[in-house]
Design a protein around this ligand. Structure first.
Ligand code: FES
Length: 556
């Protein structure tokens, strides 16, 4: 009676308490997260499917980590979303859960939480925005923001033109429609087998987004009846599929951190080096911004991720038998996938970029824990480069002088931005692709090497070395670099090294003291005390491994 009575205040009749599966719908809807602002409509479609299949759907809110408004960075709160989702799924009497996400951190955050509970789960991402249209051209969210920002600084665009362009970029509901982190993570959820085939790419404004949400609502009831759990779907082969799919789609570097974190929740052994080794045989097939020309709408109409996965399967680059939320292997899911536009999705034997041109993992005395560079977004002529370091202790320190016409900088220098790691900032913001100094932009320089312990937006581009680990704030070698030092970047050899003798580095280390703690209380303090470095997914050390769905003590 306790269970039933209060729930009946919502108008549910007694017949829904007949033992049918109770399906939670974890939504990250919020008007503060514009990429997820339509998810309440997606939830209605999911509910239709759940009812249709004999389940009892109940929608509940989880933390909406919107990328654009949250300060200091939405990444600071990904782990909080994962904790909240985990505890809500476990604490409530649910048999299965549908995960509704959209913006960058909401997809990995919900997957991490669901992995920790390991109840049957299925994901529905909210879909990308329609292609941006500005002056007769397709413009991509994020990617063109950085371009327009550079144009504005260089005097090639007026502020009024910027106002018009920004509206043209965001003309429907949905998440970024470039192959940024949101689109990448939607594809990763599909490649991992956690969302239905084709689900990653339907635009938010397309009626088929609602159709597939309804199908997911139907399917979660089947997953509960079959007791098919995330741990069975997301095994090591599923992560290998996702890593290779990420290389094939030219996906975001942020997927590396998120996949490592999800794997950590499941106890699946996955390392940073796996991303380089597994991707070396995989060419880039999808021609999407920021590395290419097209946008998610084009990818969808060309056949979407199933075509990419089928290409990988045909080339022996997919664990085709790995089970997915359909109850079938991923290979069976995509066996009939056809490509309708070979400009957008290339065939494996006629790729956009050759195998091994995706994200590279670097090692060397500047990054003992590793670092990454997205080769497809970088300038080929900078892949091997030696240059003088120009060092800034924070992104803010750089921004304070970046417009100075007298800044002592040349295009051959290497900008070192530190203090942007998981613990130091805190939250590892997407600041690594800082705009070039105005002095160089005005001289029509379009790229230079930048090195940072932070992240880069998945929509960003440039020759940017990211995720340098250990970060400067915990005393990584990045903390010891001084302006004027010579740094060598050699991507073909996977090397990032600081050409300073060891004894000099030891002297600098002895004189180094850690920066002031960025927080002394509250959630930010908890974060700084427990966050792991980038190569371990920047999850909390106390959240590794799955805790299952049994509540510690059931008083009812
Ligand atoms: Fe939300 Fe890009 S800002 S997906």
């Amino acid at each position: 009676m306790v269970y039933r009575s209060w729930m009946r205040n919502q108008g549910f009749g007694p017949q829904v308490f007949d033992g049918r599966p109770v399906i939670g719908i974890a939504t990250t809807w919020s008007e503060l997260a514009p990429c997820n602002a339509h998810l309440h409509r997606v939830a209605e479609a999911v509910k239709r499917g759940v009812w249709q299949e004999g389940g009892f759907p109940l929608e509940f809110p989880t933390l909406a980590t919107g990328e654009t408004l949250m300060r200091p960075t939405a990444m600071l709160y990904r782990n909080l979303l994962a904790m909240e989702a985990e505890e809500l799924i476990r604490a409530n009497p649910l048999d299965g859960v549908v995960l509704l996400s959209g913006c960058d951190k909401t997809t990995p955050g919900l997957l991490m939480g669901a992995a920790s509970v390991d109840l049957p789960a299925i994901m529905v991402t909210g879909g990308p925005m329609l292609n941006g249209k500005y002056r007769g051209q397709d413009v991509g969210s994020g990617t063109h923001v950085w371009m327009f920002e550079a144009d504005l600084k260089a005097g090639r665009m007026t502020q009024e033109e910027c106002y018009v362009a920004e509206g043209c970029m965001a003309r429907s509901n949905g998440h970024c429609m470039t192959m940024g982190t949101a689109s990448t993570m939607a594809c990763m959820a599909e490649a991992l087998g956690m969302q239905l085939p084709g689900s990653a790419t339907w635009p938010a404004a397309d009626s088929r987004r609602m159709e597939i949400a309804q199908q997911a609502g139907q399917r979660i009831v089947g997953l509960v009846r079959e007791e098919l759990r995330p741990s069975q779907i997301m095994g090591r082969p599923a992560f290998e599929n996702a890593v290779r799919a990420n290389a094939a789609i030219g996906g975001s570097t942020n997927a590396i951190i998120h996949l490592l974190a999800i794997a950590g929740r499941l106890g699946v052994p996955l390392t940073l080096d796996d991303f380089d080794e597994l991707a070396r045989a995989v060419p880039t097939l999808v021609d999407l911004m920021p590395s290419g020309r097209y946008l998610m709408e084009d990818f969808c109409y060309a056949g979407g991720l199933p075509v990419v996965l089928r290409e990988l399967a045909d080339g022996g680059l997919l664990h085709a038998g790995q089970i997915t939320v359909t109850g079938r292997g991923v290979g069976a899911n995509v066996a009939g996938a056809q490509c309708w536009n070979r400009d957008v999705i290339r065939a494996l034997d006629e790729p956009l970029q050759p195998p091994g041109s995706g994200t590279a993992v670097l090692h060397g005395n500047l990054c003992p824990g590793g670092a990454v560079i997205k080769q497809s977004a970088a300038s080929p002529e900078l892949m091997k480069h030696r240059g003088r370091a120009l060092v800034f202790d924070s992104p803010e320190e750089y921004h304070a002088v970046s417009d100075d016409p007298d800044l002592d900088v040349t295009a051959d220098d290497i900008l070192v931005i530190r203090g942007a790691g998981p613990r130091g900032y805190p939250g590892m913001p997407e600041v690594s692709n800082v705009p070039l100094p105005a002095k160089l932009l005005k001289a029509d320089v379009t790229d230079m090497v930048r090195i940072c312990d932070g992240r880069m937006s998945g929509t960003g581009f440039g020759t940017v070395v990211l995720h340098v680990s250990p970060e400067a704030a915990v005393g990584g070698p990045l903390a010891l670099v001084r302006t004027g030092d010579i740094i060598e970047l050699d991507v073909p050899r996977r090397v990032l090294s600081l050409e300073v003798p060891g004894d000099e580095l030891e002297r600098r280390r002895a004189a180094w003291s850690p920066p002031a703690e960025p927080a002394s209380s509250g959630y930010a303090w908890l974060y700084t005390q427990h966050v792991l470095q980038a190569e371990r997914g920047a999850d909390f050390d106390f959240l590794l491994g799955s805790r299952g769905h049994a509540v510690p003590r059931d008083s009812h």
